[in-house]
Write a protein that binds this ligand. Structure first.
Ligand SMILES: Nc1ncnc2c1ncn2[C@@H]1O[C@H](COP(=O)(O)OP(=O)(O)O)[C@@H](O)[C@H]1O
Ligand SMILES: Cc1ncc(COP(=O)(O)O)c(CN)c1O
Length: 245
């Protein structure tokens, strides 16, 4: 059966971040992808120069209106990433709420793209919008360590801290939280990168518990941009194909 994703992320002319990282892998894995480009930039913002356009909230509404008028606004998943503007993000929130009403089993995968390695690369005023409006709607949340720390106001220096932070993030809304990369030391040595996941599980007796997994990922000696966007897209795909795993 067709499974349709609405992906609201950046587009770059050169390179692979945002929709350029997410769309093709999702298509290859069998999904129909409707993409809205939150920005169209020459390249990602880590380059010394970047130029381009930012989609406004009004422009987003116009695109969504067209989809609605044709009655093709039924989605199984929404995936969101890079955004630079408060009113744009608030419009995304309105769209998610409307689409969830239309399809109560819609799953919202939110990558709260704000920064990395201790620095924000979107305007700071987006943090409260993510914390108070966006994250509470998310079913699956994929922050990196820095983004998880920003959202909860808690530093992560040990695995116990990471579990507590994921619990705080669960309390904000999402049933599944994945810290896509952390600075925590791996048990397998310094050639590995640690990612952690936590999923709320309802036990047969009705009590709720968290299932925690820790992933040791072989480190490649390079810095990548767009891998967080790819990770979120692939997590969507594989949790869809293997919902109980
Ligand atoms: N240097 C690396 N070596 C191996 N895998 C990496 C590396 N950097 C990122 N990844 C992969 O990309 C995923 C996303 O991590 P990252 O790019 O740090 O997320 P974000 O962009 O959200 O900060 C990681 O879980 C890992 O699978
Ligand atoms: C335009 C744009 N989109 C998306 C991202 C996110 O990239 P990543 O997947 O590495 O978090 C960036 C990173 N600076 C970016 O500049």
């Amino acid at each position: 059966m067709e499974c349709r994703v609405l992906s609201i992320q950046s587009h770059v002319v050169r390179g692979y971040v945002g929709n350029k990282s997410a769309t093709f892998p999702l298509q290859v894995l069998g999904f129909e992808v409707d993409s809205i480009n939150s920005v169209q930039f020459s390249n990602h913002t880590g380059y010394s120069h970047w130029k381009g356009q930012v989609l406004t909230a009004d422009e987003l509404n116009v695109l969504y209106e067209g989809i609605k008028l044709n009655k093709v606004n039924r989605y199984d998943y929404i995936l969101t990433g890079y955004s630079r503007d408060t009113s744009f993000l608030m419009t995304v929130v309105d769209i998610i709420q409307e689409l969830k009403k239309a399809n109560p089993s819609l799953v919202y995968v939110c990558d709260p793209v704000m920064g990395d390695q201790g620095a924000m690369y979107v305007p700071e005023y987006l943090l409260p919008v993510y914390r108070d409006n966006v994250v509470p709607l998310a079913d699956i949340l994929t922050p990196n360590q820095f983004e998880a720390e920003l959202l909860t106001g808690r530093k992560i220096t040990t695995e116990e801290d990471a579990v507590e932070v994921m619990d705080l993030l669960h309390k904000m809304g999402p049933e599944t939280v994945v810290l896509t990369s952390t600075d925590l030391p791996s048990r397998r040595g310094d050639q590995f990168l640690v990612a952690l996941g936590s999923q709320k599980i309802v036990k047969p007796d009705g009590t709720v518990t968290s299932q925690i997994i820790c992933m040791d990922i072989p480190k490649v000696d390079a810095v990548f941009v767009g891998t967080g966007d790819l990770f979120a897209a692939l997590l969507l795909a594989w949790t869809h194909h293997y919902p109980k795993d």
